[in-house]
Design a protein around this ligand. Structure first.
Ligand code: CP
Length: 302
């Protein structure tokens, strides 16, 4: 069974395989299972991109989509996540996609459930499908990872995107640098070095901005948006000092004029909406990988 929980559980070959499958899906290749197949999306935290791009991916693969609503489910009566998954499994669901506020929520489930879990984000921990779509976007741009410099800028400590990307990019041969307010540096991430934003943006091939994760700050961020933008954000003036070939990325949602100037969101260098587009193809590829591990072959047609 092929769970997708953390990037460091994928080999380089598996990452390359997923990126290659996603490229195939982007070119219109189809993969259709011969029998009716149910998958369930369980989002215990808000989401727009991940939730709906998984749903689009599922529909493109002709899967039957069960959208679980925590507010109207028996979770409200105290049912555990394990019992919820076992229930979905027993009624015929073949894979579950889960976003959950708890870091590593899957550790107590991974050996006990009989269907693949695709992690759609766990607290501050991991966001493997975001990382894979980011890798696809970078690969499309530069055709390599080796030797690239990727600057990840913002609220590093609370970012599952920073954690997943730093691990995978380092393993793929890129150099990762971090930048952002000192109190959000995270020395527990064993990759990357911290530099001032002005150094980061002038030397990076990829400038990856992160949202301030207000919901993980316990109610107090102590930051004024204008001050933050000037000190730590990608301003219009800083963009002018980026390398001519470098690109801007952001997992989104973005806060305009906080971590990124509003006019840069759709500028020529920005790949932010391309990342979202790539998310559909990556999610098709990881669904295929997971379902093949439990169902075997499928009808493939061009
Ligand atoms: N990038 C991302 O995970 O966005 P959502 O929270 O909208 O899914």
């Amino acid at each position: 069974m092929k769970h997708l929980l953390k990037m460091n559980e994928l080999t380089i070959e598996e990452i390359e395989q997923i990126l290659s499958e996603a490229e195939q899906f982007s070119k219109g290749v189809q993969w259709i299972l011969p029998e009716q197949t149910f998958v369930a999306n369980l989002f215990f935290e808000p989401s727009t991109r991940t939730k709906f791009s998984f749903e689009v991916a599922e529909k493109k693969l002709h899967l039957e989509v069960l959208n679980f609503e925590a507010e109207t489910s028996s979770v409200q009566k105290g049912e555990s996540l394990y019992d919820t998954i076992r229930t979905l499994e027993s009624i015929g669901t073949k894979a579950v996609i889960i976003r959950h506020p708890e870091d590593n929520y899957f550790e107590t489930l991974r050996e006990k459930v009989g269907i693949p879990i695709l992690n759609a984000g766990d607290g501050c921990g991991n966001h493997p499908t975001q990382c894979l779509l980011d890798l696809l976007t970078i690969k499309q741009e530069f055709a390599r990872f080796e030797g690239l410099k990727v600057a990840i800028i913002g609220d590093i400590r609370h970012s599952r995107v920073a954690r997943s990307n730093a691990e995978a990019l380092t393993r793929l041969g890129a150099e990762v640098v971090f930048s952002g307010p000192t109190e959000w540096h995270d020395q527990s991430i064993p990759y990357g070095t911290y530099v001032h934003i002005d150094e980061a943006i002038q030397t990076a091939d990829v400038v990856m901005l992160l949202r301030i994760q207000h919901e993980r700050h316990g109610g107090a961020t102590g930051k004024n948006a204008k001050d933050y933008h000037e000190q730590f954000g990608l301003t219009v003036e800083r963009e002018k000092r980026m390398k001519s070939s470098s690109i801007i990325m952001h997992p989104a949602p973005f806060n305009r004029d906080v971590e990124i100037a509003s006019e840069l969101v759709e500028c020529e260098r920005s790949r932010i909406f391309k990342q979202m587009e790539n998310g559909v193809y990556i999610r098709m590829a990881v669904l295929k990988r997971a379902l093949q591990s439990v169902q075997g072959g499928a009808l493939v047609c061009q």
